[in-house]
Write a protein that binds this ligand. Structure first.
Ligand code: IMP
Length: 183
């Protein structure tokens, strides 16, 4: 699916595939340095983080484990409810592991704050967060994100894993969703 096919649904392309790729390579180099000699466990949050997870994992020149978790977030609406529910838990035991949560976007930060506390309680040796996108409100919540890609404006965005009502996840870039789509 190309961005051109849904051009009427989008107002602006914020990030191209190339920009995302370059940033992920940059973040991967830092992870390789920080975890030299270790075998970190990447925890992806379904479904939005699937693209970030796939690209980060393939960019890393080291052994990593991958696991996934699904939590409820927005449903079909565009506002964070703050209610987090585990829909699918991890298969891996986190005890003594070096864990990196891989996230697509931090908006209110509520999801991540909850997730961090939840995973922290499982006894990992370390726990860090990698998030591709950050919206302005995220700064208000005290979530320590060690690796993050881009600060974006406070708009509802889709693509590269991010959806609106399950659509647009397979766009290669990140774009702002036109208000007529959800109003
Ligand atoms: P938070 O709890 O408000 O930080 O929201 C986190 C989750 O909401 C993300 O993992 C996304 O699944 C979803 N989300 C937040 N902003 C957007 C957006 O602009 N487009 C699509 N999904 C979003």
């Amino acid at each position: 699916m190309e961005l051109a096919d849904v051009a009427d649904d989008l107002t602006e392309v914020l990030l191209t595939e190339t920009q995302i790729h370059d940033k992920i390579a940059e973040l991967a180099r830092r992870v390789e340095q920080d975890y030299a000699g270790e075998r970190p466990l990447l925890v992806g949050v379904l479904k939005g983080a699937v693209m970030v997870m796939a690209d980060v994992a393939r960019e890393l020149k080291m052994h990593v484990d991958m696991d996934f978790m699904a939590v409820s977030s927005y449903g079909a609406s565009t506002e964070s409810s703050g209610v987090v529910r585990i829909l699918k838990d991890l298969d891996a035991d986190l005890e003594g592991r070096h864990v990196i949560i891989v996230e697509d976007i931090i908006d209110s930060g509520l999801t991540l704050a909850w997730l961090r506390a939840n995973l922290e309680s499982r006894g990992p040796a370390s726990l860090e967060i990698l998030a591709l996108l950050r919206k302005p409100d995220a700064a208000k919540v005290d979530v320590d994100v060690k690796y993050f890609g881009f600060d974006i404006p406070n708009a509802f965005v889709v693509g590269y894993g991010l959806d609106y009502a399950e659509r647009y996840r397979n766009l290669r870039g990140v774009a702002v969703l036109a208000p007529h789509v959800y109003s």
